[in-house]
Design a binder for this molecule. Sequence first.
Ligand SMILES: [Zn+2]
Ligand SMILES: [Zn+2]
Length: 391
Amino acid sequence: MPINNRIADFHADLTAWRRDIHAHPEIAFEEHRTAALVAAKLEEFGIEVHRGLAGTGVVGTLRGNQPGERTIALRADMDALPMPEANDFEHASTAPGKMHACGHDGHTVMLLGAARYLAETRNFAGTVHFVFQPAEEGGGGGRVMVEEGLFDKFPTEEVYGMHNWPGLPAGQFAGRVGPVMAATDQFEITIEGRGGHAAQPHKTVDPVVVGSQVVGALQTIASRNADPIKSVVVSVTQFHAGSAFNVIPQSAWLCGTIRTFDAGIRTQARERIKEIAEGVALAFGGSATVNFRFGYPATVNHPDQTEKALAIAERVAGAGNVDREIDPSMGGEDFAYMLLERPGAYIFIGNGPEVEGQKLHQVNYDFNDEILPVGASYWAQLVEDVLARAA
Ligand SMILES: [Zn+2]
Ligand SMILES: [Zn+2]
């Protein structure tokens, strides 16, 4: 296939909806307008709508024209980012300081496109839930939906997600079995030294020197502690200390992020950060306090569902247009929480060349409207295949 012909027929509608959502971005848990738009469209298609899960979450439930026990869920995210948009095209953000710079506007509309087609045709057996979640960008809307009983209220055997990917040619797909996005934890380290005159360092415990040693030593987590076959990133991203050119400060504050795929490495990295910071500070006569904040767990694709999803992607995009072994990304994704509850697959759809400004989270990014019917066709085909009618 090809793009589904019927879906191609409403490409202009999909583009208009996508641009409307793009022009009205809403950030984590504030997706009221977007959720209302989604719910209204689903109702217009004749789909049963449930509102209010995780606040602004929307779930549409559709049964096929043949009875069946099987159920799957397809998930899209609706939130924008708290950042200004630099584009000046007509559908640019009308909300200052907010922007759909991750393409969740496109994700929402691709799923709406599939819902419209599937509601017209119902050419499947069983039930599909269309899950529109809030707050993917750091708010953990997917986690909140799961905690509020997403899979109890909407029993689901398998769950599927999709993200656009700049750098992958438009309309192609990619994915892999196993870890595809990383766990994203945060750490902060406060180093207590003893401040004093910069001309009398021998009377101080300099937290800048101690902190610098800590930053250096943290590099050994990746190079000396973690199994080299497995991946870990420990990045110190902030280092604050001092207030004058001639004063050795009393304390220093550092923070950063830990990215891992493996649960064991995730724990090991945390333990080593604490040991290194405390041990190094002690060696220099100071002390360190270390705090962690757990972020999203790793997004890990299940083998059977991923094979199935990529085979369906190949039917839509054509042989040779699906990369089945894309390198995992050290970015995070809260679809991870859904994959911890149910088997499923999270794949990428190409957004076109990653020319300057067209990367995710950049001020000149825009979702590529050309791929709307491609993504919607993938969703529709997935439902018709996974919930195939008896012959
Ligand atoms: Zn993002
Ligand atoms: Zn995103």
